[in-house]
Design a protein around this ligand. Structure first.
Ligand code: ZN
Length: 279
């Protein structure tokens, strides 16, 4: 599966790719978005794409409160985290599940991200490296659905939604942010920013699933230019040609990023109007 996914964010690369300067293999392949702007997190990995059985499992857990599904998802997540752990710097990793707003959590009875995090940490091969930190990251308000929002609305929707309560638990530490699904990376990016601002050394992201958007080659230059990590389009197309779980065995090193600074063009992204998913 090497080369089929962005080395940074895990986005599908069913398109002609450009290697980073100095890169000589597909291990360094980046999606157009990650070529243009570095995300605030080091890397985002997922067990598989958000469809089929994996999607069913997540729906069972979230929408039907079938708690045993968390165990299975946790096992998957443990596998993914084990791969990521190999490239994370030494030291104890602060594991932070993406929080739900209190009202939502009460309504559902649990936070699915926290539940699969706990399940994963029970299965992980080196549990001593990980330190579950709940209550560090707080969701201060309900953010509502991201569905149907334009990129600007989506960014507005999340602005100020997250805060760090007890920063001492994450200061100067590597933080592993966990969520059930990653779509645009908007939520992960916002959480990562807040954690970094509060003093985290680096933020890494692991999710059970992620949506993959596969761009129309013809539309590529425009779409690539319209996106950034604040507000990319979500799950616009899942015409996957490969349903196997993603393998994100990270490479030993990535070439230094020598891309020019963000050159943000004007917006009118048709992808914004075709949004689905979770943010
Ligand atoms: Zn990427």
């Amino acid at each position: 599966m090497q080369g089929a996914y962005c080395a940074v964010c895990g986005e599908g690369l069913h398109i002609p790719i450009r290697l980073d300067a100095g890169g000589s293999s597909n291990d360094d392949a980046r999606c157009l978005l990650c070529q243009r702007v570095d995300p605030p997190f080091e890397r985002a990995v997922a067990y598989g794409s958000y469809e089929g059985e994996l999607r069913d499992l997540i729906h069972l857990l979230k929408f039907q409160q079938v708690r045993p599904a968390a165990k299975i998802l946790g096992r998957m997540l443990a596998e993914t985290i084990a791969g990521l752990e190999q490239v994370m710097p030494v030291g104890k990793i602060a594991v932070v599940p993406v929080p739900l707003y209190a009202g939502k959590r009460a309504q559902r009875g649990f936070n699915q991200a926290e539940m699969i995090t706990r399940a994963a940490l029970k299965r992980i091969s080196r549990p001593e490296r990980f330190d579950l930190c709940t209550g560090v990251l707080l969701r201060r308000r309900e953010t509502g659905s991201q569905i149907g929002l334009t990129r600007h609305q989506r960014r507005e929707n999340l602005r100020g939604a997250f805060a760090v309560g007890d920063a001492t638990q994450i200061q100067k530490r590597d933080v592993l942010l966990i969520d059930d699904v990653l779509t645009t990376g908007t939520t992960a990016s916002e959480c990562a920013r807040v954690l970094l601002r509060a003093g985290a050394a680096r933020v890494w992201v692991a999710t059970a699933a992620r949506t993959l958007k596969i761009f129309d080659v013809i539309a590529l230059p425009e779409i690539a230019a319209e996106e950034d990590w604040d507000e990319g389009p979500e799950g616009t197309d899942r015409r996957l040609r490969d349903h196997r779980p993603q393998d994100h065995r990270p490479q030993d090193q990535r070439p230094q990023d020598q891309r020019p600074q963000d050159q943000r063009p004007q917006d009118h992204c048709p992808e914004d109007q075709r949004v689905a998913g979770h943010g």
